[in-house]
Design a protein around this ligand. Sequence first.
Ligand code: ZN
Ligand code: ZN
Length: 85
Amino acid sequence: MSDNETSPKPAAARRRRPRLTRRRGRSYPPCVACRAEETFAWTCKKCDFVMCQSCMNDNLWGMTCNQISWTCPDCGYDGNSFGTR
Ligand SMILES: [Zn+2]
Ligand SMILES: [Zn+2]
């Protein structure tokens, strides 16, 4: 019996822990679609429409045509921009 079968140790699987650090300070009102209070949400500049990131992703096809700015379904203002930073 040969015992030369080396079993390489698999690289330690690094677990990605979601950061649960809550940022204080700026708070967003609950999302109009799912009512979730997120640490970040898209808000209309003209009215108080709020949409969280996941709902925005879901509705992206109906909210934007250029991925740069989005149109508020409430007031129709189309100057809301993505990634101002
Ligand atoms: Zn939502
Ligand atoms: Zn609006």
